[in-house]
Design a protein around this ligand. Structure first.
Ligand SMILES: [Zn+2]
Length: 114
């Protein structure tokens, strides 16, 4: 799914740490083990632009990514503006695809005999 960098601060020992996940989820403190610390802030790393000579290369995290971002190259563009517009559109498409996959999974699970 999307790729997100979460920043946490422990409510017990005040340790600050960062972790990358495919969602904005809670984490346990790596120092004192306090459970379910919520992210202070999250940065969307679902896509990035690499600058090459006279071209901008757009990478986006694949919809099926869960343990790693699994970036794939979307394309190469002459201007940064176009690259950004394409990146935004593809990220949105990948989010929708991830939601569809998620729905399909739930549907599959609920149709299994209990
Ligand atoms: Zn702690």
């Amino acid at each position: 799914m999307a790729w997100i960098l979460n920043r946490y601060q422990c409510y017990r020992c005040e340790l600050v740490w960062e972790d990358e996940w495919s969602c904005m989820c809670d984490d346990d403190c790596p120092h004192c083990g306090a459970r379910h610390c919520s992210p202070l802030e999250s940065e969307d790393l679902s896509g990035y632009i690499e600058k090459a000579p006279s071209t901008f290369i757009v990478y986006v995290s694949d919809a099926i990514a869960s343990d790693a971002p699994e970036y794939f190259e979307v394309g190469r563009y002459r201007t940064e503006r176009t690259a950004k517009a394409v990146m935004t559109r593809v990220i949105r498409r990948e989010w929708n695809r991830a939601l569809d996959l998620f729905d399909a999974e739930i549907h599959q699970a609920s149709s299994l005999p209990s």
